[in-house]
Design a protein around this ligand. Sequence first.
Ligand SMILES: [Zn+2]
Length: 444
Amino acid sequence: MIDEITSLMQEMIRNRCVNPPGGEMKSIRTIERYLSSFGVEPEIFESAPDRGNLFAIIKGSGEKPSLMLGPGHVDVVPVENEDEWTVPPFDGVIQDGCIWGRGSLDMLYIVASQTVVFAHLHSEGFNPKGDLKLLVVADEEVGGELGANWMVRNHPEKVKVDYLVTEAGGDPLGPNKVSYIYGEKGTAWTRMRFKGEEGHGSAPFRSNNAVVTMAKVIQRIREYQPPRDTTITKPFLRAMGIGITTRALMNQPRLLGFVLNRLANSGKGNAAFIHSLSQMTWSPNVCQGGAKTNTIPGTAHLDIDVRVLPGQDEEYVQEHFKKALGPLAKEVEIGRMPSDEGGTFTSGSMSDANSSFVEVISSIVQEIRGPEFTMVPLISPGATDCRFFRKVWDTQAYGFAIHDGTIDLATLLGMFHGTDERVPIRTLEMTAKGYIELAKRFLS
Ligand SMILES: [Zn+2]
C-alpha cells in the first residue's frame, strides 16, 4: 500500500495542479485510473473546463452514521522561488526517507492515503454499517467554489454526510501530543473608504487629506483590543499540559494579554497562535490612496483581514470597528471587500470536540504512536472545506492524520505553502493505517 500511495503522490506532484489556474482534471484522472484498477467505479464531475471532482461510495447497511474520506483537494499553491528548494518542487523526488514536492503535505499525502485505503477496503469486500464515501476535489486553495462547495450545491444527495475526515491535524504539538482539528475561524474581510478634498500639494495648510485620515484609522485599529474569549483556548491549553498556574492566568480573559506578552519573549509563534484563537483579529494589510506627489488625495481605501471566532457575526465586527474608531468613524465608510476579492462573510464553525469519532481516533493514535499519546483539540485560524459541510448539514468534520514525529512543529508549519515541502514515508504508513482502522471501527 505504501508503494501505491507514494506513486500516486509522485504522479500528482508531477501533474502540477497549481491553482490558479488549477487544471485539477489531471490528478482527478490519476485517481480515477488507480481506483478503476481495483474495480471501483468513481463518478467524475467537471465543474469547469479542466477542473473537476471525484466521488465514490461503498454503500452501508444504514445501521450507523455515514463517514467520508475527504474532501481532499488536489490543487496546490504556486512555488515562488524554485531555486530555494533542495530538490525540484514538481519532480516527486524520494530522498532521505521523505517524499518531496509542492502539495505533498498540503494535502496530497492525505488524498493518496484516503484513495488507497478506499480501494483496498473495496477490494476486500468491506461491508460497512454506514456509507463510506470518498471525495476528491479541486479549488480549495482559492475558495472552493469549483470544488467542495460546488459538490455541496450541485450534488448534495451524494456528498451529504454525518462525519468526515480531511486535511491537517496529527501535528506533533509537543512531547506525546497530537492535534486534531474540530473547527475553524471565519473571515470578514473589510474595506474602509476615506474621503478627503483634493487640492494642490504645495498648499497643505488645514487640508482634508484622505491618506492622513487612513493613517489615523490604521493606528486606532492597531491599538484596539477586541474582547478576549478563552472558550476555545481552555481545552487546548489543558491538553497541551501547560502548568496549572499559568493556565489559570491564561483562562482569565483579562490576564491573557499579560501572559501572552510574557510568552512572546521566549518565542512569538505560540503566543501568536493562542492570540489568534482567543479573539477576533484585525490586520490592516493593503492601503491605497493618492496618485501624484503634487496632489492632496481626495480618496483612499484600506483592506483589513478580519478573522472571527465561531459565534461572532458581521454586526459584532461593525460594532467593534465603530468603538475602535471613535469620533473618526463618521469619516469612514466601512463595508465588505468585493466578493470576487474574498469579501463574502464566512462565519466560524465547529464540530463536537468530544464525539464518538474523537474517541475512535484517540484510541487509534495510542495504538500506532504509543499509549502515552494524547489528542489535543484545535481550531484552525484559517478556513478549510469543512465549513461548507458544517453549514448545510451540521456535519461533524475533523482534520486528522498521523505524523511520525520526526519533523518538529515549527518546520512542519513552515512547509505549508512554503519551501522544501515534504512528508516522511513513515507518516504515510501511519496515516493510511489510521484511516483503515477509522473506517473499520467507526462503520462496523
Ligand atoms: Zn490544504
